[in-house]
Write a protein that binds this ligand. Structure first.
Ligand SMILES: Cc1cc2nc3c(=O)[nH]c(=O)nc-3n(C[C@H](O)[C@H](O)[C@H](O)COP(=O)(O)O)c2cc1C
Length: 324
């Protein structure tokens, strides 16, 4: 049974990747992901916003401007150094690809961070990029230019492959993916799951909604994977959201993903659960006589599935639904 696959030009022993999260923020957790069978790991993101916040909080306490500047500089460098140390030690300790992740808000620091990350020998980079559109005067074309500008800078800086982890809501996802590909992006991760607010009506407060996904969250993602993998078959696609068991991995592969990322369910079940997920992919392949994942990857995508219009269907018309 051969589960090997290629993602961002890297060879993976299987398509299951532990997503960027607290599940990959230490050497022990990264080793455990490898021991239980992960094909690769994406490290917890290093967040510009968080570093700036920490730098701000610490330097605010000082009455001296030079001291504030120094504290701010030190905090940034120290956070980056710790991150670089983690990448280097992971590269020494495991054989699976190690993919660090950065979260950009502004350009300059991140080009510097990306360059430093590349120098550690990281196999690739995942860029967790989201610009919250808060200004009603910025039109959608200009809003998307922010992504393109950042990507161009990154491509000019990096030799290693990189993927952009996208949010779900763009006016025309296929255009966006094409434009990213034309600018040298090697892959897209569809999709990120963002922090979402909820309202507590008793305390009259804004509280965080559950950060963990459910298997139902997968359905809309399935549509976009199936269509994106058909419309641009050159860019690598990694599915992320709602993978809770082996069947979910198979579904995303059938829809055309090159790799499948897993996160929420591992918070509940632990890294050991990876063995179970991979085991169930293997037994499905065995019972369907597939000895290699390339024989079924994309079989049900928008190009290969006979009734591909099912992926386009968005409205609840009576004709297509069992409900009146
Ligand atoms: C607790 C937690 C922390 C996360 N941290 C990050 C992060 O640092 N960077 C990132 O790109 N995504 C992060 N994510 C999003 C996950 O990588 C993943 O894309 C998302 O949870 C969807 O996958 P899932 O349905 O398997 O959970 C985090 C998710 C969770 C639940």
């Amino acid at each position: 049974m051969n589960l090997e696959t290629s993602y961002l030009g890297l060879n993976l022993r299987n398509p299951l990747i532990v997503s960027s999260s607290g599940l990959t923020d230490s050497l022990d957790k990264i080793k455990s992901a490898e021991d239980y069978g992960a094909g690769a790991v994406v490290l917890k993101s290093i967040f510009e916003e968080q570093i700036n916040y920490q730098a701000g909080v610490l330097s605010d306490g000082s009455d001296y401007p030079e001291a504030s500047d120094y504290i701010s500089y030190y905090t940034k460098t120290h956070s980056l150094d710790n991150y670089l140390k983690l990448i280097r030690s992971a590269k020494e300790a495991v054989d699976i690809p190690v993919i660090p992740s950065i979260n950009c808000v502004t350009a300059d620091d991140w080009i510097n961070f990306a360059r430093n990350i590349e120098s550690t020998g990281a196999d690739a980079l995942e860029v967790n990029m989201f610009f919250m559109p808060l200004d009603k005067n910025i039109n959608p074309v200009d809003a998307e230019k922010l992504y393109f500008n950042m990507v161009e800078k990154l491509r000019n800086t990096l030799k290693i492959p990189f993927a952009i982890k996208l949010g779900q809501r763009f006016t025309n996802l296929f255009y966006l993916i094409d434009q990213l590909y034309n600018r040298g992006v090697n892959g897209v991760v569809l999709f990120n799951r963002f922090f979402e607010p909820d309202i507590d009506i008793n305390t009259m407060n804004i509280v965080p909604a559950s950060v963990f996904s459910t298997p139902e969250d997968k359905r809309n993602v399935l549509r976009w994977i199936a269509m994106s993998s058909a419309i641009n078959d050159k860019i690598s696609i990694s599915a992320s959201t709602g993978v809770h068991d082996g069947n979910d991995v198979i579904k995303y592969l059938l829809a055309g993903a090159d790799t499948v990322q897993i996160c929420s369910v591992l918070y509940r079940e632990g890294h050991k659960y990876l063995e179970k997920v991979i085991g169930s992919v293997k037994s499905w392949m065995e019972s369907n006589s597939y000895d290699n994942i390339h024989k079924f990857r994309g079989l049900l995508n928008y190009k290969n599935f006979d009734d591909a219009r099912k992926y386009e269907r968005a409205q609840f018309m009576k004709y297509f639904s069992a409900y009146e």
